[in-house]
Design a protein around this ligand. Structure first.
Ligand SMILES: Cc1cc2nc3c(=O)[nH]c(=O)nc-3n(C[C@H](O)[C@H](O)[C@H](O)COP(=O)(O)OP(=O)(O)OC[C@H]3O[C@@H](n4cnc5c(N)ncnc54)[C@H](O)[C@@H]3O)c2cc1C
Ligand code: SF4
Ligand code: SF4
Length: 936
């Protein structure tokens, strides 16, 4: 195929009617894989960059055929196509105005060779998930972006990503054996390293004219390419023609080098064969606080001979911005160094750490280095570093961290000089800046905090963009990009960096592979100014669009698409065109697990935003049920009757009839709602908890300092929780009072009836205020009571705050001062713990585990994914049974793999999901039940 020079490439034809693109694609791919509704195109209009570009349609590819059909359509119709993985890039390379081709569902490991240490994977596999699967084989993938919990291999490959461990293992380009790529010619290219001049190589080149043309160009201009090769240890800008020339110099045609880092502008990756490395058996992390920035560079050189796996730096301003106190950073620290070491077979880790300490003594440190050898402690030290960028979003409501000079590389020995140049530069601009990065590689992330809608800040950004990049190139001999890619942000500077001659060659390569310029136009090879498409509206919002919440969102886990994800929902419900009716399908899909709130480094609560939106359209059926439940004299007799007769109706045939009978009613809850005949229901109580323990109720005049807020489930269900909590408290010398109470509010809020929640909050606060301690047995009640201040104002709010301060889940209560009498009966069982989401959101994660470990005879095993939602989420199991079961699949596998005989939890609602999902395969126990058994 002849090459069309880029300047003469036909203009892209965007069909007039938006709908026609999606309609055309649906005809080929089916309705499920193509969406163009408001929520979908809104969610996909952003990535983690400063840009917004609204696409016309989104395809979620599941097979290579889907990729081929989408590319064929884009080429024939002249519609831009942007491949996408997790959308966490910081450059605007995964947004586009045509079709977004989301490959996130192609997320399988296709082949693993442990002996030869390689693996064949699909592009939608998330890095952390990937490494978890490799762990049992003692292997891992070397490059590790800080976004590892969110990003996917396709994006890492296309960006040539890197991370802290690049110091040891190189960037992605150094860890790829082969790629399978779909080209705009309609052909599939298996790109691997081949011998130059070999007949197989010649045959491949003959089959792929764009490749043959590229190699001809590269051979012809090899001297030019060599002369412009970046001289620093990392580079992800431009096309890696340097890798091709290096290969040719050794008689090799190193094809993966051309495509890694090409940012979806040359083809779509459907598979990759990757090199793996051995996972170190022991590692240690040192946190070193320097009083003088200029000493950091020398310290790095002293540490490098110890072959650290990672060397990361945070400058003084970064430490100020993220909050020194919050991260125990001394006030006089001018820079902090994070260094990670493993132990080579010949040297124990302790010996290496002794050397680290000896080196550190040469420098004026704020204190002795903090050394972590336990995994948990190491993770704690790395946590702040990994979430740095979104954490900066907390700093100011207007000034946001803006990525436009975020990824420069200089020789590692000049990083202190670079930091000092940048500090002066930004001081002169009156701009606050965070500088951090991979110091061992000389790769600095520079993130100024700006309000780009303000004229001064906008001008500072534009001036800084040109001046800093230019200085890095001319004064430091560095590169403008180490790992994040060019995208939309650096494209403008690529010709300035490489010079017009080499840039012309890049354009010829692009034109050879993509003559119609449909593949990710505007990215990498583009002269569009970097200020185009900046999303000023979004930059005024609190969300960093980092995607961290997607990594824990159970709905995203199942659907792997941005419109069904926490980050996407933030974007949708805060978008100017949002209406409940155009987005109902997604607003009603959140399970309200609050995992997004728990993890968000920027302090955003997406779940709360969604609940606010739902409250604009409260669900009428649910409202009727809550009103009924609010009249105990009507509701409780019904529960008791159902409890007494459960043996009669909870059988296959009557349950089938109930399923059919309820179906038309449940439609009013949600189109997906159902009560399947085979769902294991909790046992309803023939006598309510308050009747079984009438002597403890407030109504009967019982008094005492400790209240037990049992909530609805423990009262209405015979799940053993309420009786166990009371028994365990009694064992510890407490006769709890069962105070008058209303539903804590969680389920009511979920269906949008906020006035009722407020009324109940007032009631409960008034009722609970008189107690010294308030114990709960339910994760959701715990969180609800702790959240009460948000509903109330003035004096009522103060009272609510006082109540919130006294609320403790039974596990928290007992793990603290409450456990006066140790249980003695051995429980010779292997127990794992499912950490209920609402309890984690309430900040209670360690006490339940500690408590289980204190039960005699118990062998505690931490299961994989213990902190992930199990999918029950109160009444979500009824509202969308099928999705709730899909969410549970992951939990079931984790419980099985843990080998535990018992899975303990802290929440009656989670117990319903666990009982239903496990069907007796593993015993399910509330933590209070386990303790009670150990007392008997
Ligand atoms: C908090 C935070 C920290 C970060 N830290 C790092 C870091 O330490 N190191 C680092 O390198 N990056 C980092 N990044 C940037 C980003 O996360 C990485 O570059 C990541 O590898 C991108 O992966 P992704 O799955 O999100 O890709 P996306 O953003 O979806 O896509 C990135 C590029 O890949 C292309 N692409 C995706 N799939 C395909 C495919 N199948 N075929 C062809 N092209 C495809 C897209 O078109 C786009 O050009 C960070 C980002 C955030 C938000
Ligand atoms: S809500 Fe928080 S975690 Fe989620 S994308 Fe926004 S900043 Fe990141
Ligand atoms: S509450 Fe749970 S399901 Fe809803 S957005 Fe947050 S993480 Fe996702």
């Amino acid at each position: 195929m002849g090459t069309v020079p880029v300047s003469e490439a036909p203009a892209l034809i965007l069909p007039d009617k938006t709908r026609s693109i999606a309609r055309d694609l649906r005809r080929t791919l089916g309705a499920d894989k193509v969406k163009d509704d408001f929520p979908t195109i809104t969610a996909y209009s952003v990535d983690a960059s400063i840009y917004k570009v609204v696409p016309k349609a989104v395809v979620t590819a599941e097979t290579e055929e889907d990729i081929a059909a989408t590319v064929a359509y884009a080429v024939s119709a002249g519609v831009p196509i942007t491949p996408r993985a997790a959308g966490t890039n910081l450059t605007g390379s995964a947004v586009g105005e045509g079709i977004i081709l989301d490959c996130g569902r192609m997320n399988r490991i296709l082949e693993l060779n442990v002996e030869e240490r390689w693996v064949r994977v699909q592009p939608g596999l998330n890095l952390t998930e990937f490494n978890k699967k490799l762990e049992p084989h003692g292997l891992m993938f070397g490059p590790d972006p800080s976004s590892r919990d969110m990003c996917k291999l396709g994006g890492m490959l296309a960006n040539n990503s890197a991370g802290p461990h690049t110091l040891r293992y190189g960037s992605v380009k150094d860890n790829v054996h082969a790629l399978r790529i779909h080209l705009t010619t309609g052909a599939w290219l298996d790109a691997e390293m081949l011998a130059d001049g070999d007949s197989a190589t010649d045959a491949l080149l003959a089959a792929h004219p764009p490749l043959a043309e590229t190699l001809t160009l590269v051979r012809a201009r090899a001297d030019l390419i060599r002369s412009r090769k970046p001289k620093v240890s990392k580079n992800s800008t431009g096309y890696n023609l340097f890798g091709l020339v290096d290969g040719l110099d050794q008689g090799l045609v190193d094809l993966p080098k051309l495509f890694v880092g090409s940012e979806g502008t040359l083809g779509v990756i459907s598979e990759a064969t990757l090199k793996l490395v051995e996972k170190p058996t022991a590692t240690a992390t040192a946190l070193i606080h320097f009083r003088h920035l200029e000493e950091v560079g020398q310290a790095v050189f002293d540490l490098l001979p110890l072959t650290p796996m990672a060397l990361e730096v945070l400058d003084a301003n970064t430490l100020d911005l993220i909050g020194r106190a919050a991260h125990s950073v001394p006030a006089d620290a001018a820079a902090t160094l994070l260094a990670e070491f493993d132990s080579p077979p010949s040297t124990p880790i302790a010996a290496i750490l002794d050397q680290v300490k000896a080196i550190c003594r040469k420098y004026r440190l704020c204190q002795d280095p903090t050394i972590a050898v336990e995994q948990e402690h190491q993770e704690q030290l790395w946590k702040a570093r990994n979430a740095l960028y979104p954490t900066l979003y907390r700093y100011d409501v207007k000034k946001k961290p803006i990525n436009y000079v975020d990824d420069v590389v200089v020789p590692a020995d000049r990083i202190a000089e670079l930091v000092s140049y940048l500090s002066t530069f930004f001081k002169n601009q009156d701009v606050n800046v965070a500088i951090f990065g991979h110091i061992g590689n000389g790769n600095a992330h520079i993130v100024p905090l700006l309000d780009v809608s303000d004229q001064h800040d906008f001008e500072a950004m534009v001036a800084g963009y040109h001046e800093i990049h230019q200085t890095v190139v001319t004064r430091f001999g560095g590169s403008i990009c180490g790992e994040h890619g060019d995208g939309r942000v650096r494209a403008e500077f690529v010709p300035k960096y490489f010079g017009e001659e080499l840039y012309a060659l890049f354009k010829q390569v692009k034109a050879a592979f993509d003559p119609r310029s449909v593949l990710n136009p505007g990215v990498k090879i583009s002269t569009t100014p970097f200020t185009e498409h900046i999303d000023y509206v979004r930059l005024s919002k609190p969300c960093a669009t980092c995607g961290k919440c997607n990594s824990v969102c159970p709905v995203y886990d199942v659907f792997q698409s941005e419109d069904m994800s926490s980050r996407g929902w933030f974007e949708i419900v805060t978008a100017p065109g949002y209406e409940y009716l155009n987005s109902k399908r997604v607003v009603e899909a959140c399970v309200n697990c609050k995992s997004c709130r728990t993890i968000c480094p920027a302090g955003v609560d997406v779940s709360d935003l969604i609940l606010q939106r739902r409250a604009e359209h409260p669900n009428k059926l649910a409202g009727g049920i809550f009103a009924w439940q609010g009249r105990p004299w009507l509701f409780e007799p019904f529960i008791k009757l159902m409890g007494r007769t459960q043996g009669l109706w909870d059988r296959p045939l009557p349950r089938k009839l109930l399923e059919l009978g309820f179906a038309p009613v449940l439609r009013f809850l949600a189109p997906t709602a159902k009560l399947p005949a085979d769902m294991v229901l909790p046992r309803l109580a023939p006598r309510l908890l308050r009747e079984r323990h009438a002597e403890l109720t407030e109504e009967q005049g019982h008094q005492g300092p400790v209240a037990y807020f049992h909530g609805c489930a423990a009262n209405y269900f015979m799940d053993g929780v309420g009786d166990a909590v009371i028994a365990v408290l009694r064992k510890n010398g407490i006769e709890p009072v069962l105070p008058r109470q209303q539903c804590s509010g969680t389920p009511i809020e979920t269906y949008g009836h906020l006035e009722r929640v407020k009324t109940y909050a007032r009631f409960n606060v008034a009722s609970l205020s008189r107690y010294e301690k308030i114990v709960t047995g339910c994760a959701s009640c715990t969180l609800s009571l702790k959240d009460y201040p948000k509903w109330l104002q003035g004096e009522e709010r103060k009272k609510a705050e006082a109540v919130a301060g006294k609320v403790k889940h039974i596990s928290e209560f007992l793990a603290g001062e409450g456990l006066k009498v140790r249980p003695t009966k051995p429980c010779p069982k292997t127990v794992t713990y499912h950490s209920s989401c609402h309890l984690r959101a309430a900040g209670v994660s360690k006490p339940p585990r500690d408590l289980i470990k204190r039960i005699p005879g118990v062998t505690f095993v931490e299961m994989r994914d213990a902190d992930r939602c199990a999918g029950g989420a109160g009444t979500f199991i009824v509202k969308d049974y099928d999705t709730s079961q899909k969410i549970f699949e992951r939990k079931r596998a984790a419980i099985r793999d843990s080998g535990a005989q018992v899975v303990a939890t802290s929440c009656p609602a989670c117990m319903i999901q666990l009982e239903n999902g496990l069907r007796g395969e593993v015993d399910v126990r509330h933590i209070a039940e386990l303790l009670r058994e150990a007392y008997e």
